[in-house]
Design a protein around this ligand. Structure first.
Ligand SMILES: Cc1ncc(COP(=O)(O)O)c(C=O)c1O
Length: 389
């Protein structure tokens, strides 16, 4: 099946009992055992079945199966948030005394998790520009347990060579983990390019409607079993069955949404690029983007996220964000609605000013999650707000 058919049908069949084509929401914390022996057998793993929603739930399991299928992975575990997925994944692979390599341009929440929480657990992190493969190679130590990257990166849209990073990781017998939140499996499938594990904030495009928080990790059966057995169930960052169901509902239109997000973003990027009050536009679909040719190779579309530097720096950027009317000034991304925000003071405020500058987040850098409105209306809104600078 092609990906746009898979998002509709993948992993799903009408309900065997009722024929319902939409999967039921198993909104329950616990499941009754037939008798004491049955309960004991389930706990021992001698028989398959449901025990308790933190351990497993049919709605959540269906979602894991479906996203694994979309990502060309063998299996997946769903979490209450993207950060819970990332944390549980990392601590399944690395522990006290270990070292990990992370790209230096990642979501600000992931950056602070790596800096603040992993360090308390005795896991050291080297942040490098993973788009430069020599730097990745140079950062490997004897105790390095994994490489983590995000591409396109939040918020600068930097493009990282997934196959190149995977080659280095595998030569050193360590896994490559890719956060595929910005691209989604409709536009990029890291496992097909050599990555071992993919993580997502499902809060974004996978859910797609700005009404849930969720995350997922997908990989091999062996890794997912280890993640479940050693971490996920004990950490207990379980998504609610309702939020899992909302994600399943959102996934049905993922291919269509990503296509429209991409064409809208391309039009907005072209408009901004030609605007005299804009210094620079960051969108991998533009030929002027340094990662354009790599993105054209490893992605099948450029997505709905873009960034731009407003002439006049932070003050000019603030005026723009305060004056937009159709676009909403809010963090998060991947929603139907266009969202605008200022990474240096919002999503990436966990980076110091110096760290922001080092990874290319200038004071006037504005991030735009281009929604599904008519692009003419998005452009008209940006245009009236730019007029006011
Ligand atoms: C690329 C990326 N990864 C992970 C996360 C964290 O996801 P969540 O907010 O669902 O925990 C985010 C959140 O913005 C993100 O943008």
């Amino acid at each position: 099946m092609e990906i746009d058919t898979k998002v509709v049908h993948g992993g799903q069949k009408p309900d065997g009992v009722t024929g319902a084509i939409t999967p039921p929401i198993y909104q329950t914390s616990t499941f009754a055992f037939k008798d004491a022996e049955h309960g004991a057998r389930l706990f021992k793993g001698e028989e398959e079945g449901y025990i308790y929603t933190r351990v497993g739930n049919p709605t959540i399991d269906l979602l894991a199966k479906k996203i694994a299928l979309l990502e060309s992975a063998e299996a997946g575990v769903v979490f209450a948030s993207g950060l819970a997925a990332i944390f549980s994944t990392i601590i399944t692979i690395a522990g006290s005394g270990d070292h990990i390599i992370s790209d230096d341009t990642i979501y600000g929440g992931t950056y602070s998790q790596f800096n603040q929480v992993l360090s308390r657990l005795g896991i050291s992190v080297t942040f490098v520009d993973t788009a430069d493969l020599n730097r990745v190679e140079g950062a490997i130590k004897e105790n390095t347990k994994l490489i983590f990257t995000e591409t396109p990166a939040n918020p600068t849209l930097k493009i990282v060579d997934i196959a190149g990073c995977a080659e280095i990781a595998h030569r050193h017998n360590i896994p490559l983990i890719v956060d595929n939140t910005f691209a989604t499996p409709c536009l990029q499938r890291p496992i097909e390019l050599g990555a071992d594990v993919v993580v997502h904030s499902m809060t974004k495009y996978l859910g797609g409607h700005g009404d849930l928080i969720g995350g997922i990790t997908v990989g091999t059966d062996e890794f997912i079993e280890e993640l479940n057995a050693e971490t996920a169930i004990e950490v207990g960052a379980t998504i609610s069955p309702f939020n899992a169901w909302l994600t399943l509902r959102g996934l049905k239109t993922l291919a269509l949404r990503m296509e429209r997000h991409s064409t809208n973003a391309m039009q907005v990027a072209e408009y901004l690029q030609s605007h005299p009050k804009i210094e620079r536009v960051y969108y991998p679909g533009l030929e002027s983007h340094p990662g354009h040719s790599l993105a054209s190779k490893q992605m099948s579309g450029f997505g709905g996220m873009l960034g731009f530097d407003v002439k006049g720096g932070k003050e000019a950027g603030k005026t723009l964000m305060d004056r937009v009317e159709l676009c909403t000034l809010a963090v998060s991304l991947g929603d139907v609605d266009t969202l605008i925000e200022h990474p240096a003071s919002m999503t990436h405020s966990t980076y110091s000013e110096e760290e922001c500058l080092k990874v290319g987040i200038k004071p006037g850098f504005v991030r735009l999650s281009v929604g599904l409105e008519n692009p003419k209306d998005i452009i008209a809104d940006l245009d009236q707000a730019l007029e006011l600078i």
